[in-house]
Design a protein around this ligand. Structure first.
Ligand code: OSB
Ligand code: MG
Length: 378
C-alpha cells in the first residue's frame, strides 16, 4: 500500500469541564490528527500526547516535530505491505510512541477501508459490545464527587475510577465506598507516590478496590513489584508499560496484576495487540485506557477493545461526557447497561466530520512523496 500523502492537523477542543489529575488540570485540549491518503481513501489517527510533558515525556509539539522530521518521511518513502509493517519503518526512532501511534493507527484505518472491513475485525477482535467505565478527575470537594459518581452509576457505567493524589486519597475513597458499598471501584494515582509511601498506600486495602493504577514513578517497574508484594490491592500499570517487553517484565516480576493498554502509550495497534495477546495467555486482565480523546481516538479505542484480552471495563466513555460537539458521526454513545455497541461498518465505523475538523484546525501541514528518508547519522 503506497501512502501518497500525509496531513497533520492540530485542532483545539474545549472540554465541558476541566479534568484534574495528580499531574495537573486541563480544559483546552490541543489534539493532533494524522490523515493518510491512498487511492482516494483516507485513514485517520489521533496523537494522544497531552499539552505538557507531565503524563509521559511527550507533548503535542514534540509529537508534531517527530512526525514531520522523521516518522512521516519514513512512511512516505516506503511501500509497506500492510499496517503491521509500520512499526519496523519507525523503529529507528527511539521512544516517541504517541507520535508513532498517530501515524500507524491512521494506516490501520486506511487498510481497513481498503479491505472494506471494520477495523475491529481487521485487528482480530470479535466482541460486538464492549464494557465501559469512567474516570473521574480530582474534585474540589467530596459532595461534588459523590454527585458525579451517582450520576455515572445511574447512567449505567460498570466501573468508576477515581483520580487520587496525596491529601486527596484515603478520605475521598472512604466516603465513596461508604456511599456505594458494592460499586466496582478503582483509583489512579498517575505516579504521585514513591515506595516510601508503602504504609500509606497499604491503607487502601480496606476499600476492596479492583486496582490501584500507577501508584509509583512513571517509568518504574521494579519498585512496583516491591510494593505489590506488600499490599493486597492489585496494582495496574499504565505509564510504565510502553511495549510488550515492559509488559512481560512487569508480569514476570510481579509488578502488577492488571494492565491498562493505551494505543498512544504503546505506539499503536500492532504493539497493543501483542500486549493483549500476551496477557490473555497468562490470565492478566487488560482494559483500554483513555487520554481524553476526540471521536477519532475513541473509535480506535473501541476497535482495539474488541480483542479477547480486554475483559475489564475500559475508560472509553460517551463523547457527550467530554465534548459539546464531536468530530465523528454519530458520536460515541453508551447504553444503559454501560456498553458501547461496536460499529459494523468498514473502517472506524463512524464518519469523520472533515468540515468540523477544518473549523477547529489551528495548524496544518501536508507531506507527499519525495520527502527525505530517515537519515541515521554516524
Ligand atoms: O492516567 O488514565 C490516565 C486522562 C489523561 C491522562 C491520563 C489518564 C487520563 C484518564 C482519562 O484517566 C480517561 C479518559 O479519557 O476518560
Ligand atoms: Mg492512568
Amino acid at each position: 500500500m503506497k501512502i501518497e500523502r500525509v496531513v497533520l492537523r492540530e485542532i483545539r477542543m474545549r472540554l465541558r469541564a476541566p479534568f484534574e489529575t495528580s499531574f495537573g488540570s486541563v480544559q483546552d485540549r490541543r489534539i493532533l490528527l494524522a490523515q493518510v491518503q491512498s487511492e482516494g481513501l483516507s485513514g485517520w489517527g489521533e496523537g494522544t500526547a497531552m499539552e505538557g510533558p507531565f503524563y509521559n515525556s511527550e507533548t503535542i509539539d514534540t509529537a508534531w516535530l517527530m512526525l514531520r522530521e522523521y516518522l512521516v518521511p519514513a512512511v512516505l518513502n516506503a511501500d509497506p505491505s500492510g499496517p503491521d509493517d509500520i512499526p519496523k519503518l519507525l523503529a529507528p526512532v527511539r521512544g516517541n510512541e504517541m507520535a508513532k501511534a498517530a501515524l500507524e493507527n491512521a494506516v490501520w484505518h486506511l487498510a481497513s477501508l481498503m479491505r472494506n472491513l471494520p477495523l475491529s475485525r481487521l485487528l482480530g477482535g470479535t466482541m460486538s459490545a464492549i464494557p465501559c467505565g469512567v474516570s473521574l478527575g480530582i474534585q474540589a470537594d467530596i459532595g461534588r464527587l459523590l454527585a458525579l459518581v451517582e450520576k455515572e452509576v445511574a447512567a449505567g457505567y460498570q466501573r468508576i475510577k477515581l483520580k487520587i493524589k496525596p491529601g486527596k486519597d484515603l478520605d475521598v475513597v472512604r466516603e465513596v465506598r461508604k456511599r456505594f458499598p458494592k460499586l466496582r471501584l478503582s483509583v489512579d494515582a498517575n505516579s504521585a507516590y514513591s515506595l516510601a509511601d508503602t504504609g500509606h498506600i497499604k491503607r487502601l486495602d480496606e476499600f476492596q478496590l479492583l486496582m490501584v493504577e500507577q501508584p509509583l514513578e512513571w517509568d518504574d517497574i521494579y519498585f512496583h513489584s516491591r510494593l505489590q508484594s506488600q499490599i493486597a490491592t492489585a496494582i495496574c500499570l499504565d505509564e510504565s508499560i510502553r511495549n510488550l517487553r515492559h509488559a512481560s517484565a512487569a508480569v514476570e516480576i510481579g509488578a502488577c496484576r492488571v494492565i491498562n493498554v493505551k494505543l498512544g502509550r504503546v505506539g499503536g495497534h500492532t504493539e497493543a495487540s501483542r500486549i493483549q495477546e500476551y496477557c490473555a495467555g497468562r490470565a492478566i486482565p487488560v482494559w483500554c485506557g483513555g487520554m481524553i480523546e476526540s471521536g477519532i481516538g475513541r473509535a480506535h479505542n473501541i476497535a482495539m477493545s474488541t480483542q479477547k484480552g480486554f475483559i475489564w471495563p475500559g475508560d472509553v466513555s460517551a463523547s457527550q461526557r467530554y465534548w459539546d460537539e464531536e468530530i465523528i458521526e454519530p458520536e460515541v454513545q453508551v447504553t444503559a447497561q454501560g456498553t458501547i455497541h461496536v460499529p459494523t461498518g468498514a473502517g472506524l465505523g463512524y464518519q469523520v466530520r472533515e468540515r468540523r475538523i477544518r473549523q477547529l484546525t489551528v495548524r496544518e501541514e501536508s507531506f507527499s512523496g519525495r520527502s527525505a528518508p530517515i537519515s541515521v547519522p554516524g
